[in-house]
Design a binder for this molecule. Structure first.
Ligand code: M6P
Ligand code: ZN
Length: 191
C-alpha cells in the first residue's frame, strides 16, 4: 500500500546562494564546534574570546520512503580562515563501510580532501561543476579556499551514519593553508 511518504518530492534550489525550499532542517557549525580540527589553537582561542565565528551551514531534506531513504544535504562554507587554515567542514567517515556519497560543487572554489585513514590521501580541486564520488571507507572534508561562498550538494543514505571521532583523533594527511596569498596543501606537522 503506497503511503504519503512514497510520492515524489521536489525542492527549488538556488545554486548561487545554496538555499532550497522547502527545507526540513538547518544546522550551523562554528569554530567552537570544530575547535579540535584546526591546527592553530591560539587563533581558535582568540576567535572564541571574540565571540565565535560561523564556518558553515548545512540544509537537509531526508527523503524517507517506506522502502529506503536518500538524504539531500546542501552545505554553505563561508569564506574565512582560522590562523592560516581555511574554513572547512568537520569531516567524517561513514559508520557503515558499504556507504558511498556524491558531492557536487555548485559555487565557489576549494578542495575535497579524501583520506582512507590507513595511508591513502586525495585532494580533488573543486570549482563549480565538479561532481565527486566518495567511495565507501574514505573520510571526506570540503575546504573553501576562495573569497566567496562555497556551496556543495550532497546525496547519501541516512543509514551511512557519521563517524567524527576517527577524523578528530587522526586528522587528514594534509590541510589547506594560505601561503603568500595562495592556497597550499601541507602536512599538519609542517604548520
Ligand atoms: C554534506 C553531507 C552531510 C554532512 C555535511 C557536512 O552535506 O555529507 O552528511 O553532515 O556535508 O559535513 P560534516 O558532517 O563533516 O560537518
Ligand atoms: Zn558523508
Amino acid at each position: 500500500m503506497r503511503q504519503e511518504i512514497d510520492y515524489p518530492i521536489s525542492v527549488m534550489f538556488d545554486a548561487k546562494s545554496g538555499i532550497f525550499n522547502p527545507c526540513k532542517k538547518t544546522e550551523e557549525r562554528k569554530v567552537s564546534d570544530l575547535k579540535m580540527m584546526f591546527h592553530d589553537q591560539q587563533a581558535v582561542q582568540s576567535i572564541l574570546s571574540a565571540g565565535d565565528q560561523l564556518v558553515y551551514e548545512i540544509r537537509y531534506y531526508p527523503f524517507v520512503t517506506s522502502k529506503s531513504d536518500m538524504a539531500l544535504g546542501v552545505t554553505r562554507i563561508f569564506p574565512g580562515k582560522v590562523g592560516r587554515e581555511y574554513h572547512m567542514t568537520k569531516g567524517h567517515i561513514h559508520q557503515r563501510d558499504d556507504q558511498p556519497e556524491i558531492y557536487y560543487c555548485v559555487q565557489g572554489s576549494g578542495y575535497l580532501l579524501l583520506d582512507t585513514l590507513d595511508g591513502e590521501f586525495r585532494a580533488e580541486p573543486w570549482q563549480p561543476g565538479v561532481i565527486t564520488h566518495i567511495p565507501p571507507m574514505w573520510a571526506h572534508r570540503a575546504v573553501n579556499t576562495g573569497n566567496d561562498l562555497l556551496v556543495f550538494v550532497a546525496s547519501y543514505h541516512l543509514a551511512a551514519g557519521h563517524d567524527y571521532e576517527k577524523v578528530k583523533q587522526q586528522g587528514f594527511a594534509k590541510i589547506a593553508v594560505e601561503n603568500n596569498g595562495k592556497p597550499e596543501l601541507i602536512s599538519p606537522k609542517d604548520y
